[in-house]
Design a binder for this molecule. Structure first.
Ligand SMILES: Cc1cc2nc3c(=O)[nH]c(=O)nc-3n(C[C@H](O)[C@H](O)[C@H](O)COP(=O)(O)OP(=O)(O)OC[C@H]3O[C@@H](n4cnc5c(N)ncnc54)[C@H](O)[C@@H]3O)c2cc1C
Length: 321
């Protein structure tokens, strides 16, 4: 007989794994579908200090290893597949993976998001070794060092001001000739003593042997290239890139309500489609972190269970009539 899961969770990052855990604890038949390495963005970092109740300092892979063990122990299956299409209307939802077609009564979208990369030589190799995309996560590692922030929009400028709490100096490298953030934020940063702004400037290459040691920047008006070396005493500096995030919502872009590409939910993680929930970085929210992704996943799973109960109740009413 055709298998119909109670819930299919698309994405095996912290949000999806947490949803899988809560679904299993509620005795739901749950399936997590992950297209890549299970764990999502956090497995790309080896220094995590802000996940409550994990040991004081740990790594992304270590957190995920424990979470996966917990999820599988409770009975949720994780499969490797790349979801290419979904049918979300009706009481039975259909998920088309590259390898298989899956069906479920509810769906939790936990596809996550990705930081937009600079795409310059050295960036990939030095990510987590001086190059960062998250001030909340990594600011503290650059205490008393110099930090360069890339970007000129709201988040770049706000994060630059936040990073002055740690850095001895923060320099914003802005590609345009003016900041593109809101005027109120621009006014604040122009009056901020700890932040310098260099306009019309882009990073061309990041260099270092296991850690960021220097970079080449280019003035896009004059073409002049300059090498920035780490202060001799420090040996390194931070490069924080805030040029946007890319929500992984291509799959559902015409199927659930989105705002700037992110899924709109209510506080119970419900989307505008009955039986479809969203959790984690993929949804509209103010803080994209492991702790909030895990929390969203738990709420989404509990609400998915309640939704199935309400469907069953209404079927009983129809049968009784
Ligand atoms: C370098 C870096 C360092 C970070 N450091 C910290 C930190 O120290 N502390 C902290 O709290 N947060 C940190 N974060 C943020 C944190 O990783 C994210 O907030 C968190 O991972 C979000 O979890 P998520 O499950 O919502 O999404 P993601 O982690 O993005 O996971 C989504 C998953 O869905 C999968 N997926 C997407 N589309 C499909 C599809 N069509 N089919 C199947 N699978 C799909 C993806 O492959 C991915 O594995 C960091 C992020 C980065 C990039």
């Amino acid at each position: 007989m055709e298998k119909i899961y109670d819930v299919i969770i698309i994405g095996g990052g912290p949000a999806g794994l947490s949803a899988g855990l809560y679904a299993a604890r509620a005795k739901m038949e749950a399936l997590i579908i992950e297209k890549g390495k299970t764990g999502g963005q956090i497995i790309t970092t080896n220094e995590v200090v802000n996940v409550p109740c994990s040991v004081r300092e740990t790594t992304g892979p270590a957190i995920i290893e424990r979470l996966v063990e917990q999820v599988e122990t409770f009975g949720t299956t994780i499969v490797k597949d790349n979801v290419k299409e979904v049918e979300l209307e009706g009481n039975i939802k259909v998920v088309y993976g590259m390898n298989e077609v899956y069906k479920a009564k509810t769906i939790i979208l936990a596809n996550g998001a990705k930081p937009r990369l600079l795409g310059v030589p050295g960036e990939g190799k030095l990510t987590g070794k001086g190059v960062s995309y998250c001030a909340t996560c990594d600011g503290d590692f650059f205490t008393d060092l110099e930090i360069y922030v890339v970007g000129g929009g709201d988040s770049a400028v706000e994060e630059a001001m936040f990073l002055t709490k740690f850095a001895k100096k923060v320099t914003i490298l802005c590609r345009e000739s003016a900041l593109t953030c809101a005027k109120s934020i621009a006014d604040k940063v122009f009056n901020h003593k700890g932040v310098e702004i260099i306009f019309n400037t882009e990073i061309r290459e990041i260099l270092g042997n296991g850690i960021v040691e220097s970079m080449i920047i280019k003035n896009n008006q004059t073409g002049e290239e300059t090498v920035i070396n780490a202060d001799e005493e420090d040996g390194t500096f931070g490069i924080f890139v805030f040029i946007g995030f890319i929500p992984q919502t291509e799959l559902i872009k015409d199927k659930v309500e989105l705002q700037y590409g992110y899924i709109v939910t209510d506080v119970d993680m419900r989307t505008n489609v009955a039986g479809v929930f969203a959790a984690g970085d993929v949804r509209v929210k103010s803080l994209r972190q492991v702790v909030t992704a895990i929390s969203d996943g738990a709420i989404a799973a509990v609400q998915a269970e309640k939704y199935i109960e309400s469907l069953e109740d209404s079927e009983e009413v129809i049968q009784a009539v």
